[in-house]
Design a protein around this ligand. Structure first.
Ligand code: 13P
Length: 254
C-alpha cells in the first residue's frame, strides 16, 4: 500500500469558534472535496463543535489537540475521548512538545493517552522531537527513539495502522528555523526503523510520519520529496487559508 501524504493543521490555542468556521469555510472552498491527500484541522476544544459543523460535506477531517485518559469523573478541566467522538474527531494530537514542556507530560502518560485514543476508535498523532541542547549533544536519535518506543509500547500491530507519528524538532517549532530535508529524513528513517522493531517492516512501511516545525509553502516541496516524510503537522502556516491550501496543493503534486 502506497502511503498517502497527510497535511494536518495544529491550530494550538488560536481561533474562536466563529474564527474556526470562517477559516474552514475558506479552506473548504479551495480543497474541500479533494481526496489525493489526507487533510485534517485540529482546533481548540471550544471550537470543535463549530468546526465539525463547518466540515460537513467535505473530505477534511477533524482532530483534537489532547485528551485525558479517564472516561469520566472528577478531573476538573479535562476532556474525555467520548467527548471528542461526539464531534466526530478522527485524530488526536498527543505528546506535543508544548505539552511535554509546559504541562510536564512524560512518555509514559503519553503512552496511556495513545492507547485510550486507539481503544476509542480514533487515531493518535504522536509527536516526538529533540530539544536544541539534545541535538547539540548528539542525542537526537536516542531521544526520538525513546519517545517512539515508549509512546507506542503495548500498541498492537493492528492498531498501529491507525497511528501517525509527527517528528517535530523542538528548536524548529515556531522559530522560523526548519530542519534541512536531509536532517529531517535521517530522523524519519530512524523512526520508521523503530516502528519496524515494534510492528514489523510491512506495517511500518504503511505508517505516516509527518514533519513539523516551521513548515510552510516555501520549504514544503523539498521536505516532502524525502523518502520517509509523508506530510506535515503545521502550526503557524495552518492559521491562514492561503498557506494551508498551498501546502495541501504541494502535497498533491509531490
Ligand atoms: P510551527 O509550524 O508554527 O512551527 O508549529 C509546528 C507545530 O508545533 C505543529 O504541531
Amino acid at each position: 500500500m502506497a502511503r498517502k501524504y497527510f497535511i494536518a493543521g495544529n491550530w494550538k490555542m488560536n481561533k474562536t469558534a466563529a474564527e474556526a468556521t470562517a477559516l474552514i469555510d475558506a479552506i473548504k472552498a479551495k480543497i474541500g472535496t479533494q481526496t489525493k491527500v489526507d487533510v485534517a484541522v485540529c482546533p481548540t476544544f471550544t471550537a470543535l463543535d463549530a468546526a465539525s459543523k463547518a466540515l460537513k460535506g467535505s473530505t477534511i477531517k477533524l482532530g483534537a489537540q489532547n485528551v485525558y485518559v479517564k472516561p469520566s469523573g472528577a478531573y476538573t478541566g479535562e476532556i474525555s475521548a467520548d467527548m471528542l467522538k461526539e464531534f466526530c474527531c478522527e485524530y488526536v494530537i498527543l505528546g506535543h512538545s508544548e505539552r511535554r514542556e509546559y504541562f510536564k507530560e512524560c512518555n509514559c502518560f503519553v503512552n496511556e493517552k495513545v492507547k485510550v485514543v486507539l481503544a476509542n476508535g480514533m487515531k493518535p498523532i504522536l509527536c516526538v522531537g529533540e530539544k536544541l541542547e539534545e541535538r547539540e549533544a548528539g542525542k537526537t536519535i536516542d531521544v526520538v527513539s525513546q519517545q517512539v518506543l515508549k509512546g507506542l509500547e503495548g500498541v498492537s500491530k493492528d492498531d498501529a495502522k491507525n497511528v501517525v507519528v509527527a517528528y517535530e524538532p523542538v528548536w524548529a517549532i515556531g522559530t522560523g528555523k526548519t530542519a534541512t530535508p536531509e536532517m529531517a529524513q535521517e530522523v524519519h528513517a530512524q523512526i520508521r526503523k523503530n516502528l519496524a522493531e515494534l510492528f514489523g517492516a510491512e506495517t511500518a512501511e504503511d505508517m505516516q510520519i509527518l514533519y513539523g516545525g516551521s513548515m510552510k509553502p516555501e520549504n514544503a516541496k523539498d521536505l516532502l520529496a524525502q523518502k520517509d516524510i509523508d506530510g506535515g503537522l503545521i502550526g503557524g502556516a495552518a492559521l491562514k487559508a492561503d498557506s494551508f491550501v498551498a501546502l495541501v496543493e504541494i502535497a498533491q503534486n509531490a
